[in-house]
Each structure stands twice: as C-alpha cells, then as structure tokens.
Design a protein around this ligand. Structure first.
Ligand SMILES: *Cc1c(COP(=O)(O)O)cnc(C)c1O
Length: 370
C-alpha cells in the first residue's frame, strides 16, 4: 500500500522560522505563558488581517468562550448560532449557561442564511449575540448579516477558525463583526500544535479577556480575585510556532487554491460531482476542498473507497440540531444544512501533498465514476 495521504497535516516552514522563534524563547528561558512571542504573535496576526487588537489563547474554543463572555452572554441568554458547523463553535454557549438556537445555511454560501436569521429574530426578539461561521475557508454573506445584527442591536461573533486569510469584499473574515476567533489546531491552515486567538477593535474588551484568561488576578500584592478566572493564555513556545507559521500563510493559501483547482480540473467531466460554492465577493483560503455528490454515490462510499487506498477524506460537519447533545434546542431553517451534510465530502487538502499524491486521489475517484 502507498503512503498515507492526510486530509490536512501540519506544515512547518522550510526556512525553519518556527524553530528560530522557539530558540529565542529558550535562550531567554522564557518558557512560560506570556512573553515576547505571545506579544509578537498578537501584534503580527492583528496587523496581517487588519484587526486592532488580539488575545492569544490556548484554543479556538477558549477564544469563542472569551468572546461570549466579553459579549456579556450569561445564564438564560439566547444565542443564535450557525447550524452547520463543528461542535466547538457552540459548546462555549453552554459553558456560559446560555441557550443556542440554530440557524440554517444557504446553498450559495454553505454558511448562515440571512433570511433564516431574520426569521429567527421574529421568534426570539431578545437575542444577545449571533455566531456566524466561515466554513472550509468560505466567507459567509456578511453584509446582510451585519445589517440584521445592527438593526437588532446584537453582538456579532465570527467563528473564523477555518478561514484565516479569507477575505469578504476585500476585508478579512474575523474582522467584520464585533469579535472574531481563529484556531491553530493541527489541521488548520496554519498551526501552532494547538492554540487560538480572539480579535476585536475593542481594546478594553481584549484587555479584559487577557485578565480573565490569566486567572482574573486583581492588581493587589496578595492573591485576590473579584471575578471568575480561567487558565486560557497561549504559551510563549506555542506563540513562537505561530509567528513562524504566519510568515508562510500566503504560501499555504496559494497551495490550497492550487489543490482546489487541481481537483476541479480533474473532475470536470464527472457527472453529478460538484464543488463547494466560491462567490465573486468571496476570496477563500481554500482550507479544505469539498465536493458534492448527486445520487450515484453516498459520501460514505467515497470516503471508504479512498480509505482502502490509505487516503483520508471526511464528511461535512454534521448539523448541530441533529446532535444528540443539542436535542431539544430550536432550529430555524429549511433543511439546507442536512442537504449539504448528506451529499458533501471533504477531500484531502494537505499542503504537503505532491502532484503525484493529488493524481493518486483523483484516480481513485475517477475509477468510481468509470
Ligand atoms: C477547529 C474549529 C474550532 C475549534 O478550534 P480549537 O482550536 O480546536 O479549539 C471552532 N470552530 C470551527 C469551525 C473549527 O473548525
């Protein structure tokens, strides 16, 4: 059997940027949370995407938790959350003892359907926040979503965990709402082994998040805590990896786009095989290339056929309103997220892949259609 082809695996720079930053931290013996790399990573990431402030944290999930807390979400509040997503988007709503209501996607973006969002506001006028997601590096249709949130005076949080580098009408995802979160988990477009960041133009809120995420220690000579604290701060070693990875983000986006276009070219003649929607206003980072299947094969058949050849592919995210844990939560929609789940497959989109690897994936799929 040939070597394993991964969906998306860590890809450190050829230049060794990451190790150089880690070495700096070792030489200074700054092997701790906080430090020059954490400050540098926050500054450099914010500058890269045009955000004013950033707080580096242990994970994207922690960043979402802090975003909700900064937005004032507390017990009993209702939060509108995109239905088609990874559970990490919504779990922090539960950490805050709030209640999610799930909003369907549309086929044009695969992300939150503004029409369904508007409909949800009719049913729940007293909502505190909206969480929109930019799945697979595709931007949601932000203009109408921002307009609706402004009209109802609610906080807009963007889960941009999968979309670092994606732009919507020239602006970076994660900077369009009140808060944006990113993840640097092992399979994201750039990784720090594990980590996340919260961005916002609100300096006061970001300062508060730094305070909460370092155990909420009051400014006193002894240990005094007036607020609940968390140990959520990114370490100086992890941030060093992040600074190095930021230097190759453009390269990774370029390769991801190459992979998407490669599949598109190779599969152009396969009947009933479609691709995730890429709109004019949407300049994706192409984190994963997702295809859609009509009738002939199920996603599972494609995934299992690839698996036999030692190739990793995955289902689209399973909608939140179908999760046993979220049974009982309301869902406003018309079945689009299920439809995408029922016909979608994420293909290997690993930037470490060679053309030979890509041909190997394509051959397996083309053979299914022949
Ligand atoms: C990866 C991911 C997260 C969670 O990030 P972690 O760093 O793994 O906690 C949240 N939302 C989405 C959409 C993701 O893909």
């Amino acid at each position: 059997m040939s070597g394993k082809i991964w969906l998306a695996s860590p890809h450190m720079s050829d230049e060794g940027y990451e190790l150089a930053y880690i070495k700096e931290a070792f030489d200074a013996n700054w092997v701790a949370p906080l430090g020059a790399n954490v400050d540098g990573f926050e500054r450099e990431l914010a500058a890269r995407i045009g955000a004013k402030h950033a707080a580096a944290l242990v994970s994207g999930t922690a960043a979402m938790h802090m975003a909700l807390k900064a937005a004032g979400i507390e017990k009993g509040d209702i939060v509108f959350c995109q239905d088609l997503t990874f559970a990490a988007t919504v779990n922090p709503v539960i950490y805050q003892n709030a209640t999610p209501v799930f909003i369907d996607s549309n086929l044009e973006t695969w992300n939150m359907d503004p029409e369904m969002l508007e409909r949800a506001f009719k049913k729940y006028p007293n909502v505190k926040a909206v969480i929109v997601v930019h799945l697979y590096g595709l931007a949601a249709d932000m203009d109408p979503i921002i307009q609706i949130c402004k009209k109802h005076n609610v906080t807009l949080i963007e889960d941009a965990a999968e979309s670092l580098g994606t732009t919507y009408k020239g602006k970076h995802t994660g900077t369009l709402g009140d808060y944006g979160i990113f993840s640097f988990n092992g399979n994201k477009i750039i990784t720090t082994s594990g980590g996340g960041i919260l961005v916002s133009d609100n300096a006061e809120k970001i300062a508060k998040v730094r305070f909460w995420s370092t155990q909420s220690r009051d400014n006193a000579r002894y240990y005094r805590h007036s607020e609940l604290g968390y140990n959520y701060r990114m370490s100086n070693i992890v941030a060093g990896i992040g600074r190095g990875q930021l230097k190759v983000l453009d390269k990774r986006i370029k390769k991801k786009k190459y992979i998407f276009e490669f599949y598109k070219r190779e599969f152009s003649h396969l009947k009933g095989l479609g691709f995730m929607p890429v709109n004019d206003w949407n300049k994706p980072n192409f984190w994963l290339t997702c295809i859609t299947l009509n009738e002939r094969f199920t996603p599972l058949e494609v995934i299992e056929t690839l698996e036999k050849d030692n190739i990793e592919a995955r289902h689209i995210w399973n909608p939140m309103h179908l999760q046993p844990f979220y049974k009982g939560c309301d869902y406003i929609g018309r079945g689009v997220s299920e439809e995408i789940f029922n016909k979608g497959v994420c293909l290997p989109s690993d930037t470490n892949m060679t053309d030979d690897d890509l041909y190997r994936v394509c051959e397996v799929i083309k053979k299914m259609w022949s």
